[in-house]
Design a binder for this molecule. Structure first.
Ligand SMILES: Nc1ncnc2c1ncn2[C@@H]1O[C@H](COP(=O)(O)OP(=O)(O)O)[C@@H](O)[C@H]1O
Ligand SMILES: [Mg+2]
Length: 388
């Protein structure tokens, strides 16, 4: 039986969301597949790694007993001996070890989805599910993702970006750069954060100035972009390495004024509005699956999603968000989520792909990508050292 290590939690604002993704959408279906040995590896908010079967039980986290558990549990360690091996001190002080065949990151945000964990797994030389290091880094930087998408001919809204130091030392220059190149309304965002943290919308210079200050408080890079008018938002989950399978384009039914609200996105706060509009409950409240768009526009948005996935060299799974101007029918790329919450399993189910099939396919894709990468030569013989 192959050993799959599901890694979750970590030092991120989205720590708690990751616990739900890992346990409900990854560990359970992997176990139901009955062909893997599934190891739960929980990374605490302090960055300590714990490896224990009891971490597969969501009630440990929902009951609040997790702090006590962390205090008592001995930290696990990992070693890189031709792959990745988990180690822990078991009962009677004996060290238990298990070699991992495939790692399954279930981490959202910093220290997990942003490439940090992928770098570690690359160093270990273990196959892992989802996007690689470079795609993860690009996807988690909204400015870099836009630059790359644009270079591949994908439409993005007009934008500017600044390092925090510019905002802090010469905010007037940043304001001027925005007002001379962009038109109001504008959105101001921390470049690396999700969950609408630190995002604001500005309709004049004062609001822009405030928005820049807020975003620079949260991040070392600030992105400013023109607002898309007559907005329809859609998102497209995609799986695959070379051959891509899109799920349905999905249209979140969240009111624009709630856009910054974490509750609405993750805690089901969008329930009432969505229920009335007849949507389905998904990872971010209610949504329409598939999105109700004219056929041409649907196709266009799907193509934008697939182009972005390819442009960033995503692999395994990712979700591409787009903003549509319903009057001009222009589709703009907004952002990529390399590890969509709950894997967007509700959308895959609608598409006829069960949770079990989804995680099984993702494990296969991880192994496929790893094999391909191994065929790249990293060993070069030279005479360089002989001259010393
Ligand atoms: N350029 C834009 N035009 C119109 N609405 C936008 C724009 N950028 C962001 N928004 C709104 O703000 C929300 C959050 O922005 P987004 O870049 O998706 O950040 P997050 O990472 O928090 O999801 C979007 O879902 C959308 O409702
Ligand atoms: Mg978003």
């Amino acid at each position: 039986m192959k050993t799959i290590a599901v890694l979750f939690g970590s030092r991120s604002a989205e720590h708690d969301v990751s616990i739900v993704t890992a346990i409900a959408s990854i560990i359970k279906p992997l176990e139901l597949a009955q062909k893997y040995r599934v190891e739960a590896v929980y990374i605490t908010k302090e960055g300590v790694w714990l490896w224990d079967d009891r971490l597969k039980d969501i009630s440990l986290f929902t009951s609040g007993k997790i702090d006590q558990f962390i205090a008592r549990c001995k930290p696990a360690s990992v070693t890189f001996n031709g792959g990745l091996t988990l180690n822990r001190v078991g009962r009677l002080g004996r060290v238990e070890s298990r070699k991992v065949d495939v790692a399954f990151p279930a981490t959202h945000g910093t220290y997990g989805e942003d490439g940090a964990l992928m770098g570690l797994l690359d160093m270990a030389g273990v196959p892992y599910v989802g996007c690689g290091l470079v795609a993860s880094v690009l996807a988690m930087d909204k400015a870099l993702a836009k630059i790359l998408a644009q270079a591949h001919g994908v439409p993005v809204t007009k934008f500017q970006f600044f390092p925090r130091s510019v905002v802090q030392n010469d905010i007037s220059a940043a304001v001027k750069a925005c007002t001379s190149k962009l038109t109001f309304p504008m959105f101001i965002k921390p470049a690396h954060l999700g969950s609408s943290i630190g995002i604001s919308r500005a309709t004049n210079e004062t609001e822009l100035r405030n928005g820049l200050e807020v975003a620079a408080h949260y991040d070392d890079k600030v992105l400013v972009e023109e607002a898309v008018q007559n907005l329809i938002e859609v998102t497209l989950p995609i799986i695959g390495n070379d051959e891509l399978t899109p799920a349905y384009l999905e249209q979140p039914l969240v009111k624009a004024e709630d856009f910054f609200d974490f509750e609405t996105k993750y805690m089901g706060g969008g329930k009432k509005a969505g229920a009335k509009a007849g949507g389905q409950k998904g990872a971010q409240g209610y949504s329409k699956i598939p999105a109700e768009l004219p056929k041409e526009l649907y196709k266009k948005a799907e193509e934008v999603g697939l182009s972005v996935y390819r442009a960033l060299d995503c692999s395994g799974i990712a979700r591409v968000d787009m903003l549509i101007d319903s009057k001009t029918k222009q589709v703009y790329f907004n952002e990529v989520n390399p590890l969509p919450g709950s894997l967007y399993a509700h959308n895959w189910r609608a598409k006829g792909i069960s949770n079990v099939e989804l995680v099984t396919r993702l494990v296969d894709l991880a192994e496929g990508r790893h094999q391909k990468r191994q065929s790249l030569s990293t060993i070069f013989s030279t005479n360089f050292l002989k001259q010393f």
